[in-house]
Write a protein that binds this ligand. Sequence first.
Ligand code: KG4
Ligand code: ZN
Length: 341
Amino acid sequence: MLVLGIETSCDETSAALVADGKVILSSIIATQMEMLKKYGGVVPEIAARRHAEMIGYVIHEAITSAGKTLKDIEAIAVTSRQGLVGCLLVGVAAAKTLSYVLKVPLVGLHHIEGHIFASLLSNPQIPMPHLCLTVSGGHTMLLHVRDYCRYELLGSTLDDAAGEAFDKIAKFLDIGFPGGPVIDRLAKEGNRKAFNFPRPLLRAQNLDFSFSGLKTFVINAFKDKISAGEKLPLEDIAASFQEAIVDVLVTKTLRATEEQGLTAISVTGGVSANRRLREVFQEAGKRHNLEVFFPQLSLCTDNAAMIAAAGYAHLQRGDIADLNLNVIPNAPLELETCQSE
Ligand code: KG4
Ligand code: ZN
């Protein structure tokens, strides 16, 4: 089944064609870099307008670059839950229109579920059940993935998401946006032991995360120096800050995996592109005899191929939306009750 995926929940206008939830025939992503550079972040109104300008082109490119035509599309999958309301509306309006005109089924997806499928799309061998750490700009979640489309929440962030912490510290240090890739690059040249930054909730009994205290600690440690115009050891700050986040993410994920009796870990979302996070997870996987999987780099950040893959899995289960499909900006991921509770 050929599924057209559409993703417009934040600042990437994306469309992709995926066959049978497995083979990516095309994946087109229009990023809004000029806006990010100019304003140092996402401006919802501007992002939504840009989606409206780009969506037709991006869908056309996804279809033609795969050597297909509109008639070949057998279903439409679109991100309808979680994201910026104006942005989501552009994707959902396009998806509903195409579904109506082409007379093909429509399915609305939760953005986070897309990230879970990004890893499955890259690594079809990931066993069920497995542990999934979803780390993006909006989320830090530990999920027990019981099966396709069946999730239990084990822990999540109580305040900032890991990617948000990267972005805010990069903004504070005035080194660019989004912060994750910039800090990742700088950290490579720095000493990760230069500063002993706090590891929030590392030893707490629960599987929740908290990154806002770490962010405040870093800001308080350097704000006077910045005001005084002092040159900061940016590489060392980046490496030490990244190490604190990686340490917490890996330690708690390993604990969750062990507690749940699982043997495989999938790490997804924008932050899963982080080189140090991948390195530490791989080492830990070897030490603990666990399989560790990541999406290919092009599928770590937001893209429509992951939405098409998630859409295919739901269509197999008969989850079909009608033309009343609406957007829900703050919808939580649909979960099963945690059996360990
Ligand atoms: O998944 P995503 O594209 O969007 C959301 O759903 O939020 O993730 C974007 C986040 C940003 O916070 C960005 O700084 C972070 O992913 N990110 C990274 C890296 N690449 C992207 N964080 C750390 N290291 C990276 N290499
Ligand atoms: Zn995302």
